[in-house]
Design a protein around this ligand. Structure first.
Ligand SMILES: C[S@@+](CC[C@H](N)C(=O)[O-])C[C@H]1O[C@@H](n2cnc3c(N)ncnc32)[C@H](O)[C@@H]1O
Length: 451
């Protein structure tokens, strides 16, 4: 495998979306194949992959302007070479234009027909001198197309946000999503306190900021080591988790001694948080349809010093057998969704999703909720959360669920929550966060109670 960061970035961009692969899977795959990069090259590799995905629509508009071949006719590998080159020219000040062009020509030489290098060279040289003169759709006559092009978002998404939030707020939302997000972590209070954790990270971090809403969160600026190499990580003092995801567990409010089901536990971000809220007393069943994820979850629980979790592989499109799994005081369904609330971390999402998918996800989310109802104790609560800002996966799921199960209501009394989190809950009792308003991922969470 190559040790060239640009070649590695091109490989990831070319492989992404094949067989429904996400960015994380594709990046994991290239490292499994033996990619080894120095610390500096690793930073360049990530900047290139995430940068091209973040700015793809704007890069494509410029490429289309300077290319005689229409963009949809350019070979995908060549298009990704052009995107990588142009991204470096426009967005990476510390890379000289000549280096951006020459390395792109080298990529073309090693992976395309011989004449392509001339095409890449000519287009990038021309674009580097003239890209500022390319015209964009008019912000007055066609504000949706303007935002989609200049801020690099799919038209359908900008259109629906503009309808919901208005043009000015949509611009703010897009700008916030386009920022490179800080790394946010959650203190494992079974082992330490946010203060001690911050002290231990001081020497490896430029700046540490306490999160505004979550009492256990820290955001790190300028971390100079990969997370797994930090002593505090090895000692199980924290999990990586965005602030919005941390708020979900506070909504669930699991207490020591309870029986809790984490119904889509994944790698266990919320499982770990619930265990620490329960002071490692009680029982948590971590369910997921992925054995691989549950195996990673088990390792992470050991690192965190959590001993109350058992795992259960199950496909939630079928209701779990109550005789095997028992009943619960708290059930959390952190459902699979579009991920449109976490585009800043996963910019590939904006090019993978469509309006049609949202309806498909909604049906699956309602099905999963329905699969869990019979597992709830009479006084128990069923919490639904998704990292999506879209109504189809938010209020509309809850509405359909309540139509189907009229005995349930949305909980709207949060006396135990701290004030900052309480202030994020809307009049209907749902937590809704938005990147531009709350400076965190877009999440939705509602707690359902049987009355
Ligand atoms: C949003 S992620 C969960 C993230 C996790 N709760 C956390 O905080 O780290 C959704 C999870 O649903 C799981 N999933 C997808 N389809 C499923 C199914 N049919 N049955 C059970 N789990 C499923 C995925 O494997 C994924 O781990």
């Amino acid at each position: 495998m190559t040790n060239n960061p640009r070649k590695a970035a091109l490989y990831v961009l070319n492989e992404l979306y094949k067989n429904n692969q996400t960015l994380d899977n594709t990046i994991d795959k290239i490292f499994q194949k033996g990619l080894e990069l120095s610390k500096k090259d690793m930073a360049l590799f990530h900047a290139l992959v995430y940068g091209v995905l973040r700015w793809r629509a704007r890069l494509d508009l410029i490429i289309d302007h300077f290319s005689k071949t229409r963009i949809n006719k350019i070979n995908p590998n060549v298009l990704n070479i052009l995107r990588l080159g142009l991204f470096q020219i426009i967005f990476m000040d510390r890379i000289p234009v000549s280096a951006a062009v020459n390395t792109s020509v080298e990529l073309a030489k090693s992976s395309s027909a011989p004449w392509i290098k001339g095409f890449v060279n000519g287009l990038l040289r021309n674009a580097s001198q003239n890209y500022e003169n390319v015209s964009y759709p008019s912000p007055d006559k066609d504000p949706v197309s303007y935002i989609a092009a200049i801020k690099s978002f799919p038209q359908w998404l900008v259109k629906r946000w503009a309808g919901r939030f208005g043009i000015e707020e949509t611009k703010e939302l897009c700008d916030e999503i386009n920022k490179i997000p800080l790394l946010t972590i959650r203190t494992n209070t079974l082992k330490t306190t946010p203060g001690r954790l911050a002290d231990s990270l001081q020497q490896d971090t430029g700046e540490i900021i306490l999160t505004k809403f979550s009492p256990q969160g820290l955001s790190l600026k300028g971390l100079d080591k990969p997370v797994p190499e930090l002593q505090a990580y090895k000692d199980g003092w924290f999990q990586v988790q965005d602030e919005a995801a941390q708020l979900v567990t506070h909504m669930v409010n699991p207490l020591p001694g309870m029986a809790v089901l984490d119904a889509c536990a994944g790698l266990g971000g919320k499982t770990g948080h619930m265990a620490q809220q329960m002071k490692n007393i009680g029982q948590i069943t971590a369910l997921d349809n992925s054995l691989e994820k549950l195996n990673s979850l088990k390792k992470d629980m050991a690192r965190l010093g959590v001993s109350i979790v058992n795992t259960y592989v199950h496909d939630l499109s079928i209701p779990p057998d109550i005789n095997q799994i028992k009943t619960f005081d708290r059930i959390l369904l952190d459902a699979p969704c579009s991920g449109l609330g976490v585009i800043s971390r996963n910019p590939d999402t904006k090019w993978a999703e469509s309006k049609k998918n949202l309806t498909r996800y909604q049906q699956r989310q309602i099905k999963f909720l329905s699969s869990l109802v019979h597992l709830l104790k009479p006084s128990g609560t069923l919490t639904y959360s998704v990292c999506s800002t879209e109504p189809e996966e938010n209020e509309m799921v809850i509405k359909e669920f309540l139509n189907k199960y009229p005995a349930f209501k949305i909980k709207n009394n949060y006396s135990t929550l701290c004030e900052p989190i309480k202030n994020l809950i809307n009049t209907k009792g749902c937590l809704k966060t938005l990147p531009h308003k709350n400076k965190m991922d877009g999440f939705f969470c509602a707690v359902l109670q049987n009355h």
